[in-house]
Design a protein around this ligand. Structure first.
Ligand SMILES: [Zn+2]
Length: 316
């Protein structure tokens, strides 16, 4: 029907090469792939290497080994470490991130310069939130060892659409996250800025991520709404991002009930692969999560056939 065409669904797998991927990452990748394919969407592989101090070539390789072991395909993105380095690394988009930062800086009262050290921030408040001591100082943005922070006014809640329930969720950004950093002291764009800029650049409108990242979702939507409310190069893309669907899935925990960490340990995909284990155990974990009997899930096509989006969303 003319006029009722929806924008195509675009999602992404966005690992950070800061350690060896674990089962929880693999679960998230398969779930993202599954839901995107079920909805006929396009899938992007985006490797978040903007923090060059943590990124290492062996971790980039581990991402490709993991995707290969899982058998996941994607529509846009590098097919290996060489292509990643040559064309897709975030260092190729530093100019774009700078342009986002300029737009944010030009938004009245949104961004300010902060010279506080980690120790000073710790001393200001024991719950780890930055108290905004530099807000009124009007420090120069160009100074050395200066971070750029976003002023999140008191009692700022951010609402976003949670895909699983179809409901609007509310996140108390000011009291849980506070004034967050968009440009680090070393001059590099910070994670929240980079992730948002890339999602806008690629037109991402469906984001699957762990439930530990609800705060990032809220921070990024807050930035997107600020950018979307003003004239600028990123206005339309930012407005679209603010309307994106988010699916925050439960995390896979270890036997002690703790979050998994990126290491070469027994929960790593590296370990599973090296010890001859098969990816079916990840597919089955995703099947169980999606409310499907897992006994017959041997492959990704099996998973694609067996899972119903209505069941996942609790409509049946
Ligand atoms: Zn400060």
């Amino acid at each position: 029907m003319e006029g009722s065409q929806q924008a195509p669904l675009i999602s992404r797998i966005a690992p950070t090469p800061s350690g060896y991927l674990h089962k929880g990452n693999a679960f998230s990748f398969v779930l993202t792939w599954l839901l995107t394919r079920k909805m006929g969407g396009r899938l992007i592989l985006r490797i978040d290497d903007s923090d060059a101090s943590r990124s290492r070539p062996e971790y980039v390789e581990d991402i490709f080994y993991t995707l290969d072991w899982l058998g996941l395909d994607y529509d846009i993105g590098p097919d290996g470490p060489d292509a990643f380095d040559a064309c897709f690394s975030q260092r190729h988009r530093l100019g774009m991130y700078e342009s986002f930062l300029e737009d944010l800086k030009n938004t009245e009262g949104l961004v300010y310069a902060c010279s506080c050290s980690r120790k000073e921030i710790r001393q200001q408040n024991d719950n780890g939130l930055y108290k905004g001591g530099c807000r009124s100082k009007a420090l120069a943005f160009s100074g050395k060892n200066i971070a750029w922070r976003v002023h999140v006014p008191e009692q700022t809640d951010v609402c976003y659409r949670e895909w699983l329930t179809g409901k609007e969720e509310r996140y108390p950004l000011s009291c849980r996250t506070g004034d967050f950093v968009v440009r680090r002291k070393d001059g590099l764009p910070a994670y929240q800025l980079v992730s948002l800029a890339d999602d806008i650049f690629y037109g991402v409108n469906f984001i699957v991520r762990g439930s530990d990242l609800c705060g990032s979702t809220a921070a990024q939507i807050y930035l997107a709404r600020c950018l979307g409310a003003q004239q600028g190069k990123w206005q339309t893309g930012a407005q679209d991002f603010a309307e994106a669907s988010f699916f925050h899935h439960p995390l896979i925990l270890n036997n002690a009930g703790e979050k998994l960490s990126k290491s070469k340990g027994a929960a790593s995909v590296h370990f599973l692969r090296e010890s001859g284990r098969e990816p079916q155990e990840i597919y089955r974990e995703v099947a169980r999560f999606c409310g499907v009997p897992d006994a017959y899930i041997l492959s990704l096509p099996d998973l694609l056939d067996a899972v119903s989006l209505d069941v996942v969303q609790g409509k049946i």
